[in-house]
Design a protein around this ligand. Sequence first.
Ligand SMILES: [Zn+2]
Length: 45
Amino acid sequence: MSVACEHKKTIIIARRGGVDYVECLDCKQIFEAEDLEPVAVDDDD
Ligand SMILES: [Zn+2]
């Protein structure tokens, strides 16, 4: 079983509609900076 990542190391990768998107350097997940919930990256916008 993998250890849950706490996403302590993140970088801002994008900003859209006033929302910052961050990437965790440990697990490579993309999150909204506000709530650190995983989001599906979709560039169709
Ligand atoms: Zn992480």
